[in-house]
Design a protein around this ligand. Structure first.
Ligand SMILES: Cc1cc2nc3c(=O)[nH]c(=O)nc-3n(C[C@H](O)[C@H](O)[C@H](O)COP(=O)(O)OP(=O)(O)OC[C@H]3O[C@@H](n4cnc5c(N)ncnc54)[C@H](O)[C@@H]3O)c2cc1C
Length: 400
């Protein structure tokens, strides 16, 4: 076992909490718990997220909501993001599959300076890791993966692959969709494979984007082109597995031509910067967000279709809510108290259910081949576009 301790003071063998997972949500959870006054051991196998800045562009790109940016700033992480590699979204144009219906959103409707910031995963991960390192007095990082979890009445025991055992009153699972912690804690998960894959790649385009994110619904496929600095655009094309396999097999030039064609020339001619990558898509719903001495956050707690670009934002919301609940406990009280954890579960029930309903509902509506479904959804888009109050409500939810 290798323990990389940020400081001797942080090397407690009985931390107030153990956070499992080196992803963006794991790092954010650590910051949230430290903000709530806890000493944390972070089980974060090395070499996962925060690779050094690459000469090119990371194909994992996220739309980070204003609400997430606000919280990440409050915990001292957003300040470390390299702003020269992010791009503000100032407008969004969503098009239906009849060629003329659609919805447009912009910063005037939202009354905010941006609808989202587009940021590479590695850029955000580096900023989060720097913010964690700045809290060395309260954090110990362990680089071995977790292999076992035992839940006792007063403590949980986390065993790492190197044989070390950490005893703690609270384990926070940020170990992703296939969470070992969730499985060992006996929390049931319901999975639905969409039979779809998201194909992602970055392109240089001949037509400038002016900060506009574009999305096209084509039946059950969704193509999004998100703005990046320097006139680049990042693509997320969610489509049936067979179609995705075909796209992933195309030579780079042919892929760029295909994307340019399907985008109706809106981005002009396109040139792929690097090979595309594919991510299989599934919906996951857990039976409960907490159990004795365990709380789930991020993809360990929920996975949603990326058509709204909200899975990670939902995870940051989990970290923020858990931090807020733990901040209200008394100085001597048990951070793993089930009553306290249930308050976290109640706080997250509605935002998670609403996002699942919206993303899954939209996916199903656009996949439907029932007679009249296409006309209905395109009419619906036009109606939302002409109803400012409803549009504002939709935007408020997406920007939280
Ligand atoms: C194509 C696509 C586009 C997306 N775009 C957006 C977007 O624009 N905006 C948005 O908000 N969301 C977006 N999402 C969703 C987002 O990617 C996820 O919600 C987010 O990455 C989840 O992060 P996580 O840290 O919870 O999980 P992960 O990123 O899966 O991290 C889990 C971590 O746990 C570690 N781990 C696993 N097992 C163990 C173990 N046994 N011991 C220790 N560690 C372990 C892993 O190594 C990993 O580091 C998108 C998703 C896809 C597929």
């Amino acid at each position: 076992m290798m323990a990389v301790s940020f400081s001797a003071a942080g090397s407690a063998t009985r931390p107030d909490a153990v956070v499992v997972g080196a992803g963006l949500i794991g790092a954010a959870a650590v910051l949230g718990l430290v903000e709530a006054g806890l000493r944390v051991s972070w089980v974060a196998p090395a070499g996962t997220e925060a690779s050094p800045a690459a000469p090119g562009w990371d194909s994992r790109i996220y739309a980070v909501s204003p609400g997430s940016i606000e919280w990440l700033s409050a915990v001292g992480a957003w300040q470390g993001v390299d702003g020269a590699r992010t791009c503000d979204v100032t407008a969004m144009q969503v098009s239906g599959d009849d060629g003329h219906s659609g919805i447009g959103f912009d910063t005037r409707d939202a009354r905010r300076p941006r609808l989202a910031a587009i940021c590479e995963s590695s850029n955000l991960a580096r900023a989060l890791e720097r913010a964690v390192a700045a809290r060395a007095h309260a954090v110990t990082r362990m680089s071995d993966p977790i292999v076992d979890l035992r839940i006792g009445e007063r403590t949980a025991s986390v065993t790492l692959s190197g044989g070390a055992t950490l005893r703690t009153p609270l384990v926070v699972a940020a170990d992703g969709a296939g969470s070992t912690v969730r499985e060992r804690a006996g929390i049931a998960v319901e999975r639905h494979d969409y039979g779809h894959t998201a194909v992602v790649a970055n392109f240089r385009c001949s037509v400038p984007h002016h900060g506009v994110a574009r999305q096209w619904f084509f039946g059950d496929a969704v193509l999004a082109l998100l703005p990046l600095p320097g006139g680049l655009r990042s693509m997320v094309w969610s489509c049936a597995d067979t179609h995705a396999a075909w796209l992933l097999g195309l030579p780079l030039e042919a892929l760029a031509d295909e994307v340019a064609r399907v985008a109706g020339g809106e981005a002009g001619s396109m040139q792929a910067l690097a090979p595309a990558a594919g991510f299989p898509l599934r919906l996951q719903r857990v039976s409960q967000l907490v159990g004795p001495r365990v709380a789930l956050v991020g993809d360990a707690a929920h996975t949603v279709h990326p058509l709204a670009g909200q899975g990670m934002n939902l995870g940051f919301g989990d970290c923020r809510a858990l931090s807020a609940v733990l901040s209200t406990r008394g100085p001597q009280s048990d951070p793993g108290d089930l009553g306290l954890l249930r308050r976290y579960q109640r706080a997250r029930a509605e935002p998670i259910a609403a996002m699942r309903f919206a993303t899954d509902g939209l996916f199903r509506l656009f996949s439907s081949t029932l007679p009249g479904a296409a006309r209905l959804r395109n009419l619906g888009m036009g109606w939302v576009d002409r109803t400012p109050l409803l549009k504002r409500e939709l935007m408020a939810a997406a920007m939280a």
